[in-house]
Ligand binder design. Structure first.
Ligand SMILES: Cc1cc2nc3c(=O)[nH]c(=O)nc-3n(C[C@H](O)[C@H](O)[C@H](O)COP(=O)(O)OP(=O)(O)OC[C@H]3O[C@@H](n4cnc5c(N)ncnc54)[C@H](O)[C@@H]3O)c2cc1C
Length: 473
């Protein structure tokens, strides 16, 4: 029997795509940087079918690449294994909302649920699932958990690690581990679910999850503030936290060149202000109480910012539609970057107090290694997570080799600044293939050694997303 026949016997022929079929969308990453190969793409329809495929792969030492919406930023879901058979395992058919408990403030879902579907299900139950990011219409919960996704509401609600109560996982030997608990407290030994959160599919395949829900905010206030410096933006955030506390749900920053490329490449997104100042902060407050005067609180904050010279102008959204159009600017950063040139992106996290220093030093360091690179920045400033992008090859004339050389020099420069300030090279996107070498250069050797021991213990055949995350030995 052939591989395709075997897999068809396990999950049905219509759920198996052979190498002669339309595998292309599954072997190229979102950025179009990695082009891999797969002997088959499989779409099992239940956790038991996932377990059967994994057992078959373990018996035959076939590499398995779990794939959600394939929107990841670092090639982690692309099958790049040479020299042995490889299968992409898509979770699309595991797309049920299993149950929802407004009383328990939790939702139990299949891992292949699209993030937006989970947000909608929570909304219908009068609750909020707060993870929100630009790819929410296509990324899946399993991918969000496996990358420890962050997005625009981390400041208030945390990353996927904090939003996950329980997990169901298929281990590399095919064991189905049911940990679908909704417990808020559990001190019964080592919390094994943590192994899979942020592991990028290298330790097992997530098939289900229990996630936290929150009271649904009934109102919000949104403003865009224009600031003379990154230091001023950080000071405004500190004042906002002191005055408004937990009601700040997002505090996002964009540099002037970032907004300029959005204006240039995404014309549908109107930019309703002159681009004269170097920094733009998008601030959202929200509350469950209708009676809270959020507009008043935001106006007071902007007023204090103006008085202290921390901002020079601001737009306070006067309607939901205007709030949405301000958010559309922020959600267009990836599309604009892609159209401007080759994006050398960084996902650094630094301590909150070091953000301004990080921005200034990163800009200087990039200029010192590549004066031609356009440096644009956007980020979840309230989380200490500023995305610094060096955009190169803007006229498309650089050779592939030169692009690689320039990208490496820029990343080296940014990583050095990140580490000098006690940061981490990935806050939310993960390591995948793109960042393996960089991780190897900066990571704590003892921590990497421990990761290797965990990987060897759990996946001795190295079938689970091989060649990802861990630095090349
Ligand atoms: C426009 C845009 C904006 C974005 N903004 C943000 C942002 O603000 N914050 C942020 O954190 N990310 C952001 N991302 C990155 C991306 O959307 C997230 O990383 C997302 O969580 C990936 O989900 P996915 O389903 O597409 O995963 P995939 O890309 O399919 O996979 C990502 C990794 O998870 C593994 N994986 C997927 N499903 C499973 C599973 N069920 N079990 C085990 N492993 C699995 C894969 O093997 C791979 O290693 C953005 C991406 C785009 C395109």
């Amino acid at each position: 029997m052939s591989l395709i026949d075997d897999l068809s016997a396990l999950i049905g022929a219509r759920n198996v795509i052979g190498p002669d079929g339309d595998v292309e969308p599954y072997v190229v990453d979102w950025r179009g940087r990695y082009h891999g190969r797969a002997d088959a793409v499989v779409k099992p329809g239940s956790p038991e079918e996932v377990a059967a495929v994994v057992r078959y792969c373990a018996e035959n030492k076939i590499a398995l690449v779990p794939q959600g919406g394939n929107t990841g930023m670092c090639g982690a879901a692309t099958p790049m294994e040479e020299g042995r058979k490889a299968i992409v395992l898509r979770l699309d058919r595991l797309n049920r909302i299993r149950s929802i408990s407004p009383l328990g403030d939790s939702i139990s879902v299949d891992a292949g649920c699209i993030l937006q579907t989970v947000q909608q299900a929570a909304e219908e139950a009068g609750r909020l699932f707060p993870l929100s990011l630009g790819a929410e219409g296509s990324c899946q919960i399993g991918g969000n958990l496996s990358t420890n996704a962050g997005g625009t509401a981390v400041l208030r609600y945390g990353t996927m690690r904090e939003l996950c109560l329980g997990l169901e996982v298929v281990l590399p030997d095919g064991t189905l581990l049911d940990g679908m608990t909704a417990l808020r407290k559990d001190s019964t030994g080592i919390d094994t679910k943590q192994l899979f959160l942020g592991a990028e599919g290298t330790l097992g395949i997530i098939t289900g999850a229990v996630l936290k829900l929150f009271p649904r905010p009934r109102k919000r206030a949104v403003a865009l503030a224009m600031a003379p410096s990154i230091e001023a933006v950080c000071s405004l955030l500190a004042i906002a936290r002191g005055a408004i506390g937990d009601r700040i749900s997002s505090f996002e920053a964009m540099s002037k060149p970032q907004v300029e490329i959005i204006k240039k490449h995404v014309p549908d997104v109107g930019i309703p202000f002159e681009l004269t100042l170097p920094w733009y902060a998008l601030i959202e407050l929200s509350d469950t109480l209708e009676s809270t005067d959020l507009d008043g609180a935001l106006e007071a904050l902007l007023g204090e910012g103006l008085e202290k010279g921390l901002i020079e102008d601001a737009i306070l959204a006067s309607s939901e539609a205007q709030a949405e159009s301000l958010w559309r600017i922020r959600h267009s950063v990836s599309e604009a970057g892609k159209k401007e040139g080759y994006v050398v992106s960084h996902d650094s996290a630094v301590p909150l107090a070091a953000v301004a220093d990080f921005v200034t030093r990163a800009e200087e360091r990039i200029a010192s290694v590549d004066a031609e690179a356009l440096v644009v920045m956007h980020g979840h400033i309230g989380d200490g997570n500023m995305h610094v992008l060096g955009i190169i090859n803007r006229d498309g004339t650089d050779s592939a080799e030169n692009v690689k050389k320039r990208a490496a020099a820029i990343s080296l420069a940014v990583d050095d600044v990140t580490m000098e300030l006690g940061g981490a090279i990935s806050a939310e996107h993960g390591i995948g293939i793109t960042n393996r070498e960089r991780l190897g250069r900066v990571a704590n050797p003892a921590e990497i050694a421990l990761m290797r021991r965990i990987k060897a213990l759990m996946d001795p055949l190295d079938i689970m997303n091989p060649g990802k995350v861990l630095p090349v030995a």
